[in-house]
Design a protein. Structure first.
Length: 563
């Protein structure tokens, strides 16, 4: 209670009067009358005085003065998916517009720490609970000479666990859900002025897309960017918490997305990832773009688990991707995370035809067992998924595929698990995200299924998935040796920052190479497109020799020069 009262502006003014009264008592000495006349309120004020204030040092004490700190310093601690990275920039944009806030790189420099949280798995939430305990200790020992310290929880965990966050972690000041970032400045102001108040807004919206906001970029040296094109999800897979933490699907108008892409190109951005919980189900019903409306078409053999009007015309993802690719021939475009049901042929042919649309697709499978897929409410079978993979490769032969898999979902048998391994063997993914299943409250699985697979079995199956994937990824990456690949320079290599740099190829694989061009004194810089000859490979990355600077436009015609 001591520091929570000291660290608010409201308590500061009460505290000044307490210091004055304390000085008088120390100089005159207490009397029986002074104790009798004290009110309960005065006693509470005096109890807020730090124990180290004595007659010798009380005159040197200078409480926090807001006028000497015109801007409060904010640090964002980001967990989870790329959407959270983008949401962080959106949240800070509202703080910047409100005024009085400055974003910092180091948590130790901050007056406000905001956790951008993830609820998709239990492991992510455990990290955040542990972090809150650490921040609580930091808040309790913070010097009263420092500005007030506030802690906020944003994002999916804020929506899912709002009551627990306030009741369990008493030190949390603000809880703000994914659709409530506009209210963040007022929530922080409210809790700063009234230390006993908590600022909470976790209301989900049917139409909030932040379409009117151009997110402020914190890392201006980074030549890669994320652009949110839609929010929420309608799929209601039994294992997934996203529809309950981020609400129903709603898409940004295409015009606002294209405007943001043009803005990023003007800033020098070279690589953009379009984001959405189900990014390829994008659907813009804007009246202004009615000439671009098309009818929705599902992938062959797939179904949707929610009611929708497939005949209704609107701007679909293929049209958006087509328009986005025309903004700049030097802007490389990716997207994530899609659902396999939303890959109609027109989308695949646009990816094939446009050299600046990366030839990589994230194709979440979750399980190779048709029985498991039915329990998960994924809307497809093992056979239809494999058929889609074959169809994609028939149109885009050089496509790189990645996927998601869950190990040990409810009632999963060894036969179900072997079906998953069979899919991995047959598809041969470039990359896989796999996790042991963790039950999430509010999901359909929580209400209707039993989490009956032991932790040891989940862990063993997860490791088998991971090992098999790495085996195939290593073979795929070795097949690239001798190829000339286009890489975008990102920055220094972590292992050898003085001599090597890291970049990414079209398949989103990390490539390490010398910062100096082959047979040249030219030093490569972040944002450069470089032709790199691949010399060696592991399951996770490639290593090569940088041959020359180039452009996206020129690379297609020059690719055969060194082959």
């Amino acid at each position: 209670m001591l520091h929570r009262l000291l660290f608010s502006r409201f308590s500061h003014y009460r505290y000044l009067s307490s210091v004055t009264a304390w000085r008088e008592k120390l100089s005159q000495g207490p009397s029986l009358k002074s104790f009798i006349e004290q009110t309960v309120d005065q006693i509470q004020h005096e109890s807020t005085l730090p124990p180290y204030l004595t007659q010798n040092n009380i005159d040197d004490y200078e409480p926090f003065d807001p006028s000497k700190h015109p801007k409060r310093r904010v640090y964002f601690d980001v967990y989870g998916c790329q959407m959270n990275e983008n949401d962080t920039d959106i949240a800070y944009t509202f703080l910047d517009k409100h005024g009085g806030y400055e974003r910092v790189h180091n948590e130790d420099d901050a007056d406000i720490v905001l956790l951008m949280t993830c609820s998709i798995r239990e492991g992510a939430e455990k990290k955040i609970w542990k972090k809150l305990q650490s921040l609580g200790h930091k808040k309790r020992i913070r010097s009263p000479y420092a500005p007030p310290f506030q802690i906020g929880v944003l994002g999916c965990m804020a929506e899912r666990l709002k009551e627990k966050l306030i009741e369990r972690e008493k030190i949390v000041d603000v809880v703000c859900g994914p659709d409530a970032y506009r209210s963040l400045p007022n929530l922080l102001d409210q809790t700063l002025l009234m230390s006993n108040q908590k600022g909470i807004n976790t209301l989900l919206s049917l139409d909030e897309t932040y379409a009117d906001i151009t997110p402020l970029r914190f890392d201006t040296n980074n030549r890669r960017a994320f652009v949110s094109i839609m929010r929420g999800c309608n799929n209601m897979c039994t294992f997934c918490i996203v529809p309950f933490t981020r609400g129903r699907e709603r898409s940004r108008p295409m015009t606002s997305i294209l405007d943001e892409l043009r803005y990023l190109v003007d800033l020098g951005i070279k690589d953009v990832t379009l984001l959405g919980q189900n990014v390829n189900s994008y659907c813009d019903n804007s009246e202004m773009n009615i000439s671009l409306h098309t009818t929705k078409t599902l992938s062959r053999g797939f179904r949707e688990n929610y009611k929708t009007n497939l005949a209704k015309g609107s701007i679909r993802f293929a049209t958006l991707l087509d328009q986005a690719s025309n903004i700049s021939s030097e802007l490389r475009i990716r997207f994530t995370s899609p659902h396999p049901k939303d890959f109609p042929d027109d989308l695949l042919y646009i990816m094939h035809d446009r050299s600046n649309i990366c030839k990589s697709i994230h194709l979440p499978c979750q399980s190779g067992s048709t029985r498991m897929l039915e329990l998960m409410r994924r809307g497809y079978t093992k056979e239809s998924y494999l058929s889609l993979v074959e169809h994609i490769r028939s149109i885009i032969p050089n496509i790189a595929l990645s996927s998601d898999f869950i190990a040990g979902f409810c009632s999963e048998t060894e036969d179900d698990h072997h079906d998953t391994l069979d899919v991995i063997n047959r598809v041969r993914y470039n990359f896989i995200y796999s996790f042991p299943y963790s039950m999430r409250e509010k999901t359909k699985a929580h209400y209707h299924l039993n989490d009956d697979i032991s932790f040891d079995i989940k862990t063993r199956r997860h490791l088998e998935i991971h090992e098999l994937f790495r085996h195939h990824a290593h073979l795929i990456n070795q097949s690239y040796i001798g190829q000339i690949q286009l890489c975008l320079v990102e920055g220094p290599s972590k292992r050898s920052p003085d001599h090597e740099i890291a970049g990414r190829n079209d398949y989103n694989t990390k490539v390490i190479f010398s910062k100096q061009l082959f047979n040249s004194n030219e030093i490569l810089q972040p944002g450069d497109y470089v032709e790199v000859r691949i010399d060696s490979a592991t399951s996770q990355s490639l290593k090569g020799t940088p041959l020359k600077r180039t452009t996206l436009k020129d690379f297609k015609s020059l690719i055969n020069t060194y082959c």
